[in-house]
Write a protein that binds this ligand. Structure first.
Ligand code: SB7
Ligand code: NI
Length: 182
């Protein structure tokens, strides 16, 4: 079972590497890893499991956060309209995005960052993501709002990018032009 001990923290080189594509069809090993990543997220959001195993709640996880250099991510959350997003994905790719930007009003956090980092994290307001799901099926997701922010955070982990890389050093709380709060 994945716990916080398996998650690498800031300063670990895995968080700054570009991960490799995984081979398709997915190996049993990679499928199992995606299952475990998704289970971690579910456990982290379950009050009893989180308390028992001291898990920090997370809506997403990238394999690079487990020191595994593969393009695999898991997400598990609901949006404001109670649409469920629960996926284990291989080789996720942003195939198109809006010019308009957006940011999460309250900023972002990361399971690999054990400190509060405040500041606006500007991202694409809308993205289309293509990937392969755990059953080996191609998926194409059109995302906006919070889900778009989460997928970009996770895909960034596969490219060695951390959320605070986007925060303006001189003016962390100044919303950029052309960016809306979500
Ligand atoms: C806030 C939190 C996340 C994404 C977008 C906004 C995910 C936090 C958990 N992770 O560190 C996953 O990489
Ligand atoms: Ni993160």
């Amino acid at each position: 079972m994945i716990t916080m001990d398996d998650i690498v923290r800031e300063g670990h080189p895995s968080l700054r590497r570009k991960a490799d594509d995984v081979e398709l069809p997915l190996s049993e090993e990679n499928k199992q890893l995606l299952e475990e990543m998704l289970t971690f997220l579910k456990n982290s959001q379950d009050e009893e499991m989180a308390e028992k195993y001291q898990l920090r709640a997370g809506v997403g996880l990238a394999a690079t956060q487990l020191n595994i250099n593969k393009r695999l991510i898991a997400v598990h959350f609901e949006d404001a309209k109670e649409n469920k997003y629960s996926y284990g994905l291989a080789n996720p790719k942003i195939v198109s995005h809006s010019v308009e930007q957006a940011y999460i009003e309250n900023g972002e956090g990361c399971l690999s960052v054990d400190r509060e980092v405040s500041g606006i994290v500007p991202r694409h307001a809308r993205v289309t993501v293509k990937a392969t799901d755990m059953d080996g099926n191609p998926v194409k997701l059109r995302l906006r709002g919070f889900p778009a922010m989460v997928f970009q955070h996770e895909i960034d982990h596969l490219n060695g990018i951390m959320f605070y890389d986007y925060i303006d050093k001189d003016n962390p709380l100044l919303p950029p032009e052309n960016a809306k709060a979500v």
